[in-house]
Ligand binder design. Structure first.
Ligand code: CTP
Length: 395
């Protein structure tokens, strides 16, 4: 599965480094080219000779080739690699990676990476649980790095808890699946909408909703991660895109979103309408601020265009259309009705009766339905995991 893939294996000074020769062996056996790099302390835990023998290349430890006046080119390594796997990563190196402290060759290589980066932390349970370590991990994740979570078990200290390096065969599986994912949606154009819409009432007020855009952004990142060419049309949100495969278009109102969907929709292979689009907008937008000069205020609203319904009406034979339904009662019935009336291939149902699901949560619980009935009923998971489930169905 990894034939011809160029992989940097980066080792830091943790006792779990003893497992890495096996990882290198597995990568080579699966057809990868491997360049091992290490921190100087890592070389105290596992010998460079073992690693260079297994990887068929000299191991790089220092920024300079001793006595030659030459340097080891971290920039070239960044261009060369199809993936970098940092394993095991100590709390110290996590901190340096998160904050760009490039005081050894390994960190300069990390900062030069242009490819997916996998990070497998390993340390004692209390060090791993420390807020500083956790903050650094979340920061690295926000850069788009893939964290290979440590496991629970017996640790080198003799204690038992969370902090054990993931096993080499599992790390291999994660890397392999990543490359399979990369190919699976290659050349596919996917249009995803996310977030709320704001319908202006006057220059300072709007009608909106509690959507944060998290689900749509998670879908966009997962689709891009699987090789798709993603256009993300987003309503107002503080969320950021950190994948080069995503073209982001910011909009404010349902009308703006409609126009962008009309522009990108016809050319898309898959359309996922995750945005919480307003059903009504103000019939008259006031150009000056409304004054509170009466005891009550009536706002006249007019319906917006149902974007999903319009996309469904013009759906092409080879296009896949996915809608969302946020329901509070008669959930399944309402979702099936929307699936049919909007001519969808799938509808993703969120029930507000499920605790931890819907707007404002980092988690979600969904049911995916197609014309035949229920395809998937998920448990409560992170929105990233839910995005994987939805894309697995689409794939
Ligand atoms: N949707 C849309 N355009 C609108 C309103 C909704 O494209 N003007 C899309 C949403 O993005 C979602 C799906 O329609 O994918 C269902 O949205 P939802 O609010 O659950 O249902 P509605 O069709 O708006 O019906 P209701 O609000 O009455 O439940």
């Amino acid at each position: 599965m990894l034939k011809g893939k160029k992989i940097v294996v980066a080792i830091t000074g943790s006792i779990a480094a003893y497992k890495i020769p096996l990882l290198v062996r597995l990568l080579i056996k699966n057809g990868a080219e491997v360049q091992v790099i290490m921190t100087p302390v890592a070389a105290d835990f596992v010998t460079p000779l073992t690693l260079s023998t297994l990887s068929l290349r000299p191991v790089i430890i220092d920024p300079f080739k001793s006595g030659t006046g030459e340097w080891n080119n971290h920039v070239e390594l960044g261009q060369w690699a199809d993936a970098m796997v940092f394993a095991p990563v100590t709390a110290n190196t996590l901190g340096k990676m998160a904050h760009g402290i490039a005081d050894n060759f390994l960190i300069t290589a990390y900062l030069s990476a242009k490819c997916p980066v996998f990070i497998a932390p390993a340390m004692d349970l209390d060090m791993f649980a420390h807020p500083s370590t956790q903050n650094n991990i979340r920061l690295l994740e926000s850069f788009g790095n893939i964290i290979i979570e440590p496991q629970t078990g017996e640790l080198a200290s003799g204690l038992t808890g969370l902090g054990r390096l993931e096993e080499p065969d599992k790390i291999l599986q994660i890397i392999t699946e990543h490359f399979i994912h990369l190919q699976v949606l290659a050349k596919k154009k996917i249009l995803i909408t996310a977030g709320p819409t704001y319908e202006k009432i006057d220059p300072v007020r709007f009608i909106g909703n509690f959507s944060t855009g998290t689900m749509g952004f998670a879908l966009a990142h997962e689709a891009a991660h699987r090789g798709a060419n993603v256009t993300l049309i987003s309503g107002p949100t503080h969320l950021k895109v950190n994948h080069p495969g995503i073209h982001r278009v910011d909009v404010e109102s349902a009308e703006d979103m409609l126009l962008q969907c009309r522009s990108f929709g016809p050319d898309s292979d898959v359309i996922i309408m995750a945005a919480a689009v307003a059903d009504y907008s103000a019939a008259n937008q006031h150009t000056t601020k409304l004054k509170k000069n009466s005891s009550s205020l009536n706002l006249e609203l007019k319906p917006t265009v149902d974007i999903l319904r319009e996309l469904g009406t013009h759906k092409k034979a080879n296009q896949l259309l996915v809608g969302f339904a946020l329901e509070t009662d008669n959930e399944l019935e309402n979702a099936k009705q929307k699936l049919k009336s909007k001519n969808l291939d799938y509808i993703v149902l969120n029930s507000l009766k499920d605790e931890g699901a819907g707007f404002g949560f980092t988690t979600n619980k969904i049911t995916i339905i197609d014309n035949q009935g229920i395809v998937i009923e998920s448990s409560l998971k992170t929105k990233q995991e839910i995005a994987c489930d939805i894309l697995d169905v689409i794939v």
